[in-house]
Design a protein around this ligand. Structure first.
Ligand SMILES: Cc1cc2nc3c(=O)[nH]c(=O)nc-3n(C[C@H](O)[C@H](O)[C@H](O)COP(=O)(O)OP(=O)(O)OC[C@H]3O[C@@H](n4cnc5c(N)ncnc54)[C@H](O)[C@@H]3O)c2cc1C
Length: 811
């Protein structure tokens, strides 16, 4: 064994081997992999080997596409067969809603460049004669689906990595990780200690235990998973003979099963409702290549439906039942990337679909390690998307929910119930008592909308406009015509202070820092000039800044801030979490409400747009920002949680005669659409540059150097490849949700990032990206947006439909 290496990858499953291979591919030969037992001896060896591109997040879907495309390259380099069967696959819909979901997936596949087709039940039956056509309303064909040999594929990665210079140590267990004073790691194994500059946790079933070696509890849990393998079936043999090919894969959403050919029989796997976690606290180190006892009763409800849908299954014997564990994160996507507070410690864990995702995970992580950036939008699988609230027991509840819903539809307005409420603010029950329908925002209950008196506060889940439509409209109108109040505690908030704070923020942000008592808006870029954050910054004192950003990105942003901190201790950063909570009042009469609650002069002249002040509001010590995301006159008021209840009740009392109304996140998002304001995570992501996103006025190239400056300058000169546009859509009873293709002259030219109904302007609105050349040349008309399989006319807006001059927010 070496004594020193650049990277030590812990774990020789498909994921660890992929990371190792990709590190060598990126040019790093001095890398090692350490495996407790043999390659594949965790969850990899007993996998069913299926692969597909389908994923709820388009960027993960793209990485899955990369993985599937990689296998030919691996076979070529290694000379090792991956045992590929590229059979294509069918997704079988039994309801109108499921078909709508497939239409959306098909539409999205168009702009991702994936090959899919929508089929009638008869066409599906022609491709897969084993199914009983009458149970289905339609299907989608995914040409990229297939299956492979897990053992061969893992070894193909490993051989390719070895050819690139990597070393692999088998039968060697990592027992401890010790941080050294030079920031490297002592990787202690049962065969001796090795020093690694960086460590990758690809421990699969033992990822939690490897995390504990550095003092963290990763949100990952293994679940038992069963599939059965049938005896040979005459129907399969006949199909192979007649068509000269294998049967396509199939996912039967109703039965919650997947099915594929195995030799001359079938593999049938289930994601059953009555799912069972495996080793919820601690994975034994001596767990070997063993299977768990099967439990047919648990999967019987699924099997009964599957057998009805594929009647030939009823006549065939079961050769084997496999029950094995594999790992999940609370939302089912992998946990990838550097761990905040643990420099040099990386994760590639919770990869539940190793043969669809392993290649993309390896590519992203290796680029991140080698270049400091994953090179893709890996947001949906970034380990930083979970906070401290994602505890072991939270993870247990959420993973079970996710597993049992693997083949269920998640409607766009559907909030999942498990592990809620996890965090609440002091006004939670006051809002519930007024009909609030709550949503989960980074583990915090946040009001989405308010039901009318006597109306049940519950979403009717749908892809179409639903029961909240009229209420959200009423909330929007209340704000635009008078005054509304909403909770904004879910925003991320930080304090950055010290003698170096100004220089630090100037280096990180594209905009010039504000004067004392003023606010600015600013994007943050990575070294490639792509958007990695979007903030509101107040200068509260000479060396003290308050920073607000996206809640979901707070660990991600802390990780970036910490990686850029000067070594001299001149900058201190604090993440407030819920020690600072907020309410926003907005609308043309919001000033009257504020003035009634304070003896400070809050007139337009004394407290101007983009001012920041500390003042007493309703006796409460508060920090007030004069801006809101509604695009109207408004204020954000920030207080310690013990004051929030008082603040809220006093605001409601002060606004009573002005008919002050509660409004929720859905109204807020609708109001911002009318102003063409972008949102982090939808319009603003690391695949876009600031000029592409239309943030020109927040980028000050003349203020001195900042991270991404050179790339931003180049983007400004070239105009960038893409352009964010806002559109009016001729929608019927369903608005865009995000990820719909944008068509122009019969071709898909872009994609929608978000949208909805603008209730005050009475328009269905969408934002998205199209090529900048097209945005410059094309007239505003002639575009179409595909909603639920139908192409609807769309027109690009040259200015916001509400208050284009911005006079309302400056009142
Ligand atoms: C029944 C079943 C069916 C499945 N079907 C499919 C499918 O059809 N398609 C698909 O894509 N996926 C499928 N999967 C999931 C797939 O198996 C996983 O996604 C994949 O195995 C994850 O690989 P991994 O490398 O992350 O983890 P693992 O395979 O668990 O590998 C982790 C490795 O790390 C080693 N290790 C851990 N700690 C240490 C340490 N301290 N020191 C040294 N070594 C250590 C372990 O020995 C192990 O070999 C299935 C899983 C099961 C159980």
């Amino acid at each position: 064994m070496k004594t020193h290496t650049r990277v030590a990858v812990i774990g020789g499953g498909v994921v660890g081997c992929s990371v190792l291979y990709h590190l060598t591919k990126a040019g790093w030969a001095d890398v090692v992999l350490i495996e407790r037992d043999q390659l594949t001896s965790g969850s990899t060896w007993h996998a069913a080997g299926g692969f597909h591109t389908l994923n709820g997040d388009p960027n993960v879907a793209k990485l899955q596409g990369y993985t599937i495309g990689l296998y030919d390259e691996l076979e070529k380099i290694s000379g090792q067969s991956c045992g590929l069967h590229r059979s294509g696959g069918l997704l079988l819909a039994d309801t109108k809603e499921r078909m709508e979901w497939l239409k959306m997936a098909h539409a999205r596949a168009r702009y991702l460049g994936l090959e899919t087709a929508l089929l009638t039940p008869k066409e599906a039956k022609d491709l897969l004669p084993l199914i009983e056509e009458r149970f289905f309303v339609g299907a989608m064909l995914d040409a990229a689906d297939g299956n492979l040999d897990p053992y061969g594929t893992t070894h193909a990665y490993a051989k390719s990595a070895r050819l690139g210079g990597a070393e692999i140590y088998l039968q060697t267990r990592v027992t401890a990780l010790q941080r050294r004073s030079d920031r490297h790691w002592n990787v202690v194994t049962d065969k001796g200690t090795l020093i690694a500059e960086q460590v990758v946790n690809a421990g699969g079933l033992w990822a939690r235990e490897v995390g504990r070696m550095v003092g963290i509890e990763l949100p990952v849990l293994a679940m038992e998973h069963m599939y059965l393998v049938t005896d040979d079936m005459p129907e399969v043999i006949a199909y192979n003979k007649a068509h000269g090919r294998e049967l396509p894969h199939a996912i039967d959403f109703k039965a919650e099963t997947y099915m594929r050919q195995e030799r001359s029989g079938l593999v049938l796997g289930t994601y059953e409702r009555a799912c069972v976690p495996w080793q919820p606290r601690q994975t034994p180190w001596d767990f070997g290549t063993e299977l768990l006892p099967p439990d047919l009763d648990r999967i019987m409800p699924s099997l009964e439906i599957a057998y009805r849908h594929v009647p030939s299954l009823e006549k065939v014997g079961v050769r084997r039942i496999i029950n094995g564990p594999f790992t999940f994160s609370p939302d089912g996507n992998p946990l990838v990337g550097p761990v905040q507070g643990q420099p040099g410690f990386w994760c590639a864990c919770a990869v539940m679909a190793g043969f669809s995702q392993g290649g993309g995970v390896g590519l992203a992580l290796s680029q991140w390690i080698v270049n400091g950036d994953p090179g893709f939008d890996v947001w949906a699988m970034d380990i930083a998307r979970f906070g401290e609230w994602a505890t072991r027991s939270y993870t247990n509840v959420k993973v079970r929910e996710n597993y049992s819903r693997r083949f269920s539809i998640r409607f766009p307005n559907e909030e999942l119930p498990a592990a809620r409420p996890q965090q609440t603010t002091p006004v939670y029950d006051l809002m519930l008592a007024q009909g609030a329908v709550m949503g989960d925002s980074w583990g915090l209950e946040t009001p989405l909308w308010f039901a009318a008196v006597g109306e049940e506060p519950r979403d009717v889940v749908s892809f179409h406009r639903s029961n909240d439509f009229a209420r959200v409209r009423a909330e929007c109108l209340a704000v635009r015509n008078g005054v509304g109040v909403t909770e904004i505690s879910n925003f991320a908030k930080y304090e950055i202070e010290g003698s170096g704070a100004q220089a630090f923020l100037s280096l990180l942000m594209t905009n010039r820092m504000p004067r004392e008592g003023r606010l600015i808006l600013t994007p943050m870029l990575n070294h490639n000039g792509k958007l990695i954050g979007d903030f509101t910054i107040a200068r509260a004192a000479a060396d003290r800044y308050l920073v607000w950003g996206s809640s979901q990105a707070q660990i991600h942003h802390m990780r970036w801030f910490e990686s850029q901190l000067p070594a001299d201790g001149s900058v201190r950063i604090r993440r407030f979490g819920l020690t600072l909570v907020g309410l926003s009042i907005a609308g043309p009469r919001s000033r009257e409400v504020l003035q009634r609650l304070t003896d400070e002069d809050v007139s337009g002249a004394a407290f101007r747009f983009m001012d920041h002040r500390a003042m007493d509001i309703a006796n409460v010590p508060a920090m007030v920002n004069r801006l809101t995301y509604t695009g109207d006159l408004g204020y954000e008021i920030w207080v310690a949680p013990e004051y929030q209840r008082r603040l809220y009740t006093e605001i409601m009392a002060a606004g009573h005669d002005l008919s002050i109304a509660n409004f929720g996140m859905r109204a807020l998002l609708s109001l911002r659409l009318e102003k063409n304001f972008p949102t982090w995570y939808r319009e603003l992501r690391p695949i876009y540059g600031p000029y592409e996103a239309g943030l020109d006025r927040f980028v000050d190239l003349g203020k001195g150097p900042f991270i991404g400056h050179e790339a931003a300058r180049r983007e400004k000169e070239s105009g960038g490849g893409l352009r964010r546009v806002s559109m009016v859509v001729d929608a019927a009873d369903a608005d865009v949700l995000g990820d719909e293709p944008i068509w122009y002259s019969g071709k898909v030219v872009g994609w929608v990032t978000s949208g909805g109904f603008g209730h005050f302007v009475g328009l269905s609105l969408a934002q998205g990206y199209i090529p900048s050349a097209l945005a410059n040349e094309a007239a505003s008309g002639g575009f179409e947006v595909e909603i639920l399989g139908e192409r609807r006319q769309a027109r690009i807006l040259s200015q916001p439909p509400f208050d284009p001059e911005g006079t309302r927010m400056r009142l």
